[in-house]
Structures are given as C-alpha cells and as structure tokens.
Design a protein. Structure first.
Length: 171
C-alpha cells in the first residue's frame, strides 16, 4: 500500500523526471498554506544562561527559560525555572514549571513544582502539581483567574481576618 518515494533518492533516474512536474502544483498550493504558518509560528524560548544575573523586571508574551539568577519580577507565557536557577521576585505566567528556587509570589494558570523545586512564597493558581521532594513554604490559593491583579487583592484580605480572629481567641 505504501512505498518509498523515489523523488528524494540521489542519482539520475527516468522516474524522477516524471514526478517533478507534479511537485510544483502542490508547492504552489502549499505556498498558500505557508503564508499563515510564519505568522502563527512562535519564536523559540528566550534562555537566560546559568552565568547570567539579571536585575530588573522582565515581561514577554513568549516563553522564557531561566538557568541563571533574576532579581525582579518575571512575566511570561511559559516560564521554566531551571534546577540551578534562582528568582527573587514575583513570577507570573500561563504555565510555570519550577525546577529551581523562587523567593516571592507565584501566580499562574498552571503551576508545577518538580522534585527539585524550592519555593518561598505564596502560590496563586488555577491548577497546581507538586511532586514529591519539592520544598515549599507559603500558602496555596486556587483562583479562576490568578493572573488578574484585582483577583489577588480581593482574595487575600478575606483570608487574613480568619487568621486574625483565630489569633485573637488565643490571646
């Protein structure tokens, strides 16, 4: 049923000349398909190497892979924090995968702490996965829209009075 195409095989053959005219017709129609593809193709992830120290905030609609150190807030679509990486600041993204260390708040639609993750701060998420071995100090809160700044400020104060009333009873 399926056979190997002889078009790509090297060497002069009579069979290669016959299929050649058929190739331009699909390529002209495929050029119609190629024009939307470059517009939709997303660029590769930006990689911050392990010897890099970034001081300041970063914001992108693309993907970022951090292997070095960042002192500031990071906003990205897909954010991967490498095993040897450290981020001191707020981390915000649609999809966040943490292999390294974060000191600060994490806000993401999907948050994943791998077994090598070290997080010191609150996590606000829509979905979360924490692997065995991950170290986490802070609170975890689920929200339907964790990326909205308004959502976090309205949710956080409601949790504080509960703890405050519990402390008042102990005194």
């Amino acid at each position: 049923m399926f056979s190997k195409s002889k078009i790509n095989e090297p060497g002069p053959k009579a069979d290669t000349a016959a299929p050649a005219p058929a190739s331009p017709a699909p390529s002209s129609s495929s050029s119609d398909y190629k024009s939307p593809t470059p517009a939709k193709a997303k660029p590769p992830a930006s990689i911050l190497s392990s010897d890099l120290l970034v001081t300041g905030n970063m914001k992108t609609s693309g993907d970022v892979q951090i292997e070095g150190q960042v002192e500031g807030d990071v906003h990205a679509h897909l954010l991967t924090v490498g095993e040897g990486a450290t981020v001191k600041g707020e981390v915000i993204g649609d999809d966040i995968v943490i292999h390294g260390r974060i000191i600060g708040r994490v806000r993401g639609l999907k948050v994943r702490l791998t077994s090598t993750a070290r997080v010191e701060g609150d996590i606000i998420h829509k979905t979360i996965a924490i692997e065995s071995g991950a170290h986490f100090e802070g609170s975890v809160q689920r929200q339907d829209d964790p990326l909205s700044a308004g959502g976090k400020s309205t949710k956080m104060p409601t949790a504080a009075p509960k703890g405050a009333s519990g402390d008042a009873d102990k005194s």
